[in-house]
Every structure is written in C-alpha cells, then in structure tokens.
Design a protein around this ligand. Structure first.
Ligand code: SAM
Length: 198
C-alpha cells in the first residue's frame, strides 16, 4: 500500500532543499478541486519539475490521467522516481523534452501551463489544438511573487522587468482572446483559468 502523503511530503522537502519551484498549496488545491468539479479526465501539464503537481492532480481521483513535459534531465529523472513511488506509472505519463519539440495528437480536458513564464503565449498557442472543445487552460505564476502589480521602477533588475512585461502581455493576450473566457484568481502565485467558449 502506497503512503501518498509520505511521498508528497518527501517531494515538498526535496523541492525546498534543492530550490525547485513547485505550486503553492492553495494553487494546487484549486486545481485538484477544479478537476473533480469539472469531470476532468485527461490533463496535459507543461513543466513537470519533480512531478509534484502531476502526482497531486492524478490523485484527485482514479480516472484522471496526466501527461507532463519537462526539459531538465535531473528534474525529469526525479519525477520518474516519484511517480513510481506513488504507484502512478499507469496514469502519469512523463515526457523528457523541450515542450516546443513535442507534438501530441491527443486531446485534453485541461492544459496546465507552468513552465518558462516568458513563453506562456507560445505554449498557449502551440497546445490549444490539443484542448477539447469545452476544455480549459490554466496558467500559474501570473502574479510572479507580487511583482506583476508593482510599478516598473520598483522592480530591481532589467531582466526581471523584461519578464514582468512578458507576463503582462500574456495577461492582455488572455483578456482579449475572444475564444476563451478567462478569470484571474489571487490564489497561489496567481492563476488564470481560461475556459474555451462553445
Ligand atoms: N508544475 C510543477 C509543480 O508544481 O510541481 C512545477 C514546474 S516548475 C515551476 C517549471 C518547470 O518547467 C521547470 O522544471 C522547468 O525546467 C520546466 N520548463 C521550462 N520551460 C520548459 C520547456 N520549454 N519545456 C519543458 N519544460 C520546461
């Protein structure tokens, strides 16, 4: 019998020790509730890291299948170990590659974007063809540790200012995208929930 709680606790401890960014508690709790409430069966995640959110989404209920893409080898290998420890090899499919090189034929009820923040628009445009007609794309880190709401002069470095600008552009892209209804939630590090319009 797998002790899922112990596996998750160990992943959280590892993430903290090794500085691996994983979802904050209220963000992942929202995702799990969203999956159960909206009868989500197939999830595509861009940005596995060590498998923390992929495993928690798969644990939402026994019908959920998660495909998740990670480009960092060390993190991918750690995720493979964690999925095995959680006994979820049959329902969590991990892909080791840059998401921009991955071509998927399947359709998903939910696409969760949690990878390079400057590339959100590109991920969205690339993978929306894999979204079911009534599916949802959820994106994390739209508040980026509170920096998105700060004045430009309050952001300490030029690189960070460029990143924040890209996140703001993505927010505008979502707000003006007529094919989706997007709500922005101040949960975790800021979530956008973009439901495809019928
Ligand atoms: N979703 C994970 C969780 O909450 O457990 C956290 C993901 S972490 C915030 C973002 C991950 O995306 C990093 O491990 C990074 O290597 C990966 N990543 C960034 N850009 C990527 C890309 N183009 N293709 C695949 N993975 C990418």
């Amino acid at each position: 019998m797998v002790d899922s709680y112990a596996v998750i606790k160990a992943m959280k401890d590892y993430a903290e020790k090794e500085n691996v960014p994983i979802m904050l508690d209220d963000g992942i709790n929202y995702l799990v509730k969203y999956i159960n409430k909206n009868n989500v069966k197939k999830v595509l995640e861009i940005g596995t890291a060590i498998g923390y959110s992929a495993i928690l989404m798969a644990l939402a209920n026994e019908e959920v299948e998660v495909t998740s893409i990670e480009r960092d080898e060390k993190r991918y290998l750690e995720a493979v170990k964690n999925v095995k420890k959680a006994g979820l090899e049959k329902r969590v499919n991990l892909i080791y590659n840059d998401a921009f090189n991955v071509v998927l034929k399947d359709k998903y009820d939910l696409i969760f974007i949690d990878a390079a923040k400057a590339q959100n628009t590109k991920f969205f445009e690339m993978f929306e063809k894999n979204l079911n007609s009534n599916g949802t794309i959820i994106t994390d880190n739209l508040s980026f540790h509170g920096l998105v709401n700060k004045k430009e002069e309050e952001i300490p470095s030029r690189n960070l200012r460029a990143l924040i600008k890209k996140i703001k552009n993505y927010i505008t892209f979502l707000k003006t995208n007529k094919n989706y209804e997007t709500i922005f939630l101040e949960l975790g590090d800021g979530l956008a929930v973009s439901r495809r319009k019928k």
